[in-house]
Write a protein that binds this ligand. Structure first.
Ligand code: GN1
Ligand code: MG
Length: 346
């Protein structure tokens, strides 16, 4: 840690406290005499070209500065050598962000105002970048939200993964395989020219939104998975993580419920910003967005469980299984609201 702090010109007796909300990168809050910062180590097994992330961020930052001067965009701080990334041999890639004074993050969406404002922020981001040439963006994780690809990985894990785990989870596999119509629907979307690829955040959980002291959302953070994508990724991941009062780690399945007013808040907030961007056809896919993301996360967690937990950080042996069950139940709870939610006309 000392080498990292030095590389960014920070005092070696700064206070470094871990922040544990993500399950891919490692994050710390650094309190130094110069001020407070967020330090992150990029998981380079997941992001194999960490430089790509920073090329994307730089390109987007430039565009926003030129076209939307007032837009708050927390860009990374350069090291003493003038780079966004500090590579320490054998340890990995580190980067530093300013800690925006007077802001905080939340881990659970408690009220519909938070859901609305977060959705507004993510919608505004994509809308503002409507004129940005997406072919300039690097794909930081190939096939990241490609459901066809994720389903293939799931099938492969059933064939080649931990046989004992696969055998024990036959009924969960059956429940998920029954939903493969979602994969077919995704295939249709990718062939439909009415579905556009736009600048997409791809990780719209609530802890990626900064709120101020009045509890208004002020900006979005964590642009590692910023890539060309479909709007269903961002809307869907908000639904996956805001509709339910408990997280993907909850073991008590009775706590997994869907809160309809939060669904409406997400649609309203996102649509407010994106109404001129979305095509008439895309507007009919808000409910599918929720199905798509919850289902994809369920199979990604189960795939990782069958592959002996190589991808997601886990806290205990069956953690990925618990997450997969949790997301499957969340999907089933969502479906109880299908008729009601599909009535929303935009
Ligand atoms: C990962 O670590 P975090 O929370 O930023 C994952 C997301 C998942 C999420 C599930 C690069 O994000 O896709 O939705 O875990 N990110 C990557 O908690 O795989
Ligand atoms: Mg993330």
């Amino acid at each position: 840690m000392i080498t990292v702090l030095q590389a960014f010109g920070l005092s070696t007796d700064s206070v470094v406290e871990p922040i544990t909300s993500g399950i891919i990168n490692s994050t710390w809050k650094v309190k130094s005499e110069k001020g407070n910062y967020i330090l992150q180590r990029i998981n380079d097994l997941v992001f194999v070209n960490p430089e790509d992330i920073h090329e994307n961020i730089a390109a987007i930052a430039l565009y926003l500065k030129k076209n939307y001067q007032h837009y708050l965009f927390p860009a990374p701080i350069l090291s003493l050598e003038g780079s966004e990334l500090v590579h320490i041999l054998g340890k990995g890639y580190y980067r530093l962000f300013p800690f925006i004074v007077g802001t905080h993050t939340i881990n659970v969406v408690e009220n519909t105002k938070q859901a609305f404002e977060a959705a507004e922020q993510f919608g505004r981001f994509t809308a503002y970048l409507g004129g940005f040439d997406i072919t300039k963006l690097k794909v930081t994780i190939p096939h990241f939200h490609d459901l066809t690809f994720r389903y293939k990985q799931f099938q492969e894990s059933i064939q080649n993964g931990n046989a004992e785990r696969v055998k024990e989870e036959q009924s969960l596999i059956t429940r998920l395989v029954k939903l493969d119509y979602l994969v077919k629907q995704y295939g249709v979307i990718t062939q439909n020219p009415a579905f556009k690829k736009r600048v997409t955040h791809h990780d719209t959980k609530i802890s990626n939104v900064l709120f101020n002291e009045e509890n208004n959302a002020v900006c979005i953070i964590d642009l590692d998975t910023l890539m060309p994508g479909y709007f269903i990724s961002d809307v869907g991941d908000m639904m996956r993580t805001y509709l339910c009062p408990v997280s993907e780690n909850e073991e008590d399945l009775s706590k997994i419920v869907v809160r309809p007013s939060f669904y409406y808040a997400i649609v309203e907030g996102y649509y407010k910003e994106m109404k001129n961007e979305l095509t008439a056809e895309e507007k009919n896919y808000f409910f599918y967005a929720a199905q798509f993301m919850i289902y994809m996360q369920a199979i990604r967690f189960l795939t990782d469980y069958f592959n002996d937990d190589k991808y997601y950080q886990i806290g205990y042996k069956t953690h990925n299984l618990v997450r997969a069950i949790n997301q499957t139940v969340l999907f089933e709870r969502l479906m109880e609201h299908e008729v009601e939610f599909k009535k929303v006309k935009l």
